[in-house]
Design a binder for this molecule. Structure first.
Ligand code: TYD
Ligand code: MG
Length: 455
């Protein structure tokens, strides 16, 4: 029979990292004299450590005998959030909603139950007082008969209250403020965060109640950040907004019950977050046609094509070294594209300042945006506006070739739907279907693009 043993480990009381021996200084956070000894039980997993997943079987089963009934999902009353989650939140799942402070996590998580009053919700707040939550709820304007607010940070009290209330949905704001008495370090440390998430996961799996856990991500790094939780939770939704603009993007970066790289756009208004169901209509130009330095990119995020504006400004460098800055776009990729323009197409941009901005505060990672970026840069450099009914979808390679991108035809169809007349794509693209109402211009390299665009 397997026996259990106890052994000593040392925890840093500042950051929560664990070591097998005592050290004067914690290598992870650099604090002195913070390691404390703790006895832990090792050996076969006890009852508490075993997680009971609903429908779990403790014997291996042939795959074909596993029944595949649909997961039980609960709609959260927001079409965009439901879509991100893959059709509502799955019962018994733990969803982590991460983002920088002030981006709108608390707003969205309170808005969900307010706009779906038939759901009995337990909203646990460790950051704001009950009064503050009420004031926010009034601002968001919604009925709150079924939404219980609980201001508490002790996980023991929270879980016993949750068992009693048995809500349809539980929201915990935020993981950094909660603590478990079984862990010695302070709230917000790595070991506390892990334990809080593990307890919530166990609670969700055992009770079948879906839990939304909010976590702050700081710009500085990952210490005590929700990054360490990504492998524990079922779904990770991340709030992004490049600047303090009105638009916020909620992205699904992990989803055990649906596809990832889906995205939803919200606009922060005076009365909460408004869903932007068709981002293209919001993200494309809000100025008159005829300005140089702007190009529209047809991009795809997850499964949805949408169009948005890339803005570039090229001007002579005032100081010795030219500046390069990019908002919402990887500045190293911008540097690479500028080097390609210089070496493969002969445009001397070395002495020019180049500023790039993705409209709407979006952060773009789709390589199909390259073609719009170089078009915007060239347009600004020549001070030659690109017609407003033209858009782009293509990746630029190191030898100056325009490379094909995925699902070019869907991008073309979306562009046609929005009234664009011409789309520039790679010569090597294969289009599976015709896109009526839009001329597809195929270009093989940068000189071909310049000839076709600035003729
Ligand atoms: P919040 O949701 O508290 O952010 P987080 O929980 O991610 O830290 O607040 C986001 C910001 O939005 C805050 O600066 C105030 C603003 N806001 C509005 O503009 N309109 C509103 O209706 C609400 C509730 C907040
Ligand atoms: Mg908050």
């Amino acid at each position: 029979m397997a026996t259990t043993k106890t052994k000593s480990v040392w925890f840093c009381s500042h950051c929560g990292n664990e070591y097998s021996k005592w050290l004067g200084r914690c290598p992870a956070c650099g604090e002195w004299n913070t390691l404390v000894e703790k006895e832990v039980v090792t050996g076969p997993a006890g009852k508490a450590a075993r997680m009971s997943v609903p429908g779990a079987s403790h014997k291996p089963l042939p795959l074909k005998e596993v029944s595949t009934t649909q997961e039980d999902r609960v709609s959260l009353g927001s079409a965009e959030v439901d879509r991100l989650l893959g059709g509502g939140i799955v019962k018994g799942s733990l969803v982590l909603m991460g983002g920088e402070p002030g981006i709108g996590k608390s707003t969205l998580s309170l808005q969900l139950p307010l706009h779906r009053p038939e759901l009995k919700t337990l909203y646990v707040t460790g950051e704001e007082s009950v009064k503050q939550v009420k004031m926010r709820a009034d601002r968001l304007g919604g009925a709150c008969d079924n939404c219980l607010i609980f201001s508490e940070t002790d996980m023991g009290a929270i879980l016993s209250e949750a068992e009693e209330v048995a809500p349809d949905l539980m929201i915990v704001d935020s993981v950094q403020t909660m603590y478990c008495q079984s862990v010695e370090s302070t709230a917000g440390s790595v070991s506390q965060i892990k334990e809080v998430a593990a307890q919530l996961l166990r609670f969700a799996k055992e009770s079948g109640i879906p839990v939304i856990l909010i976590g702050h991500i700081t710009k500085e790094g990952t210490i005590a950040g929700p990054k360490i939780l990504e492998h524990i939770v079922d779904v990770v939704l991340q709030f992004e907004g490049e600047n303090r603009g009105a638009y916020r993007v909620l992205r699904s970066i992990k989803n055990r019950f649906g596809s990832t790289s889906e995205l939803a756009v919200f606009e922060m208004t005076g009365s909460g977050l408004r869903e932007v169901a068709n981002p293209s209509e919001m993200l494309i130009p809000m100025h008159e046609a005829g300005l140089s330095g702007t190009a529209i990119s047809a991009m795809l995020d997850g499964n949805r094509p949408f169009l948005f504006e890339v803005q570039a400004l090229v001007s002579s460098a005032v100081y010795g070294t030219a500046q390069r800055s990019a908002m919402g776009f990887d500045v190293r990729r911008l540097n690479m594209l500028l080097a390609v323009l210089e070496r493969r197409a002969g445009f001397k941009l070395g002495q020019k300042d180049v500023f790039l901005n993705m409209a709407g505060g979006l952060r773009i990672t789709d390589p199909a945006c390259d073609l719009a970026v170089i078009s915007a840069v060239l347009s600004s450099n020549f001070d030659y506006p690109i017609p407003s009914d033209v858009c782009f979808a293509g990746e630029v390679g190191l030898s100056g070739e325009i490379r094909p991108v995925s699902q070019a035809d869907r991008r073309a169809v979306e562009a046609a739907r929005l009234g664009f007349k011409r789309i520039f794509i790679s010569s090597y693209s294969r289009l599976d279907r015709k896109s009526p109402g839009i001329e597809v211009v195929k270009v093989a390299d940068i000189p071909a693009l310049v000839r076709a665009l600035f003729k």
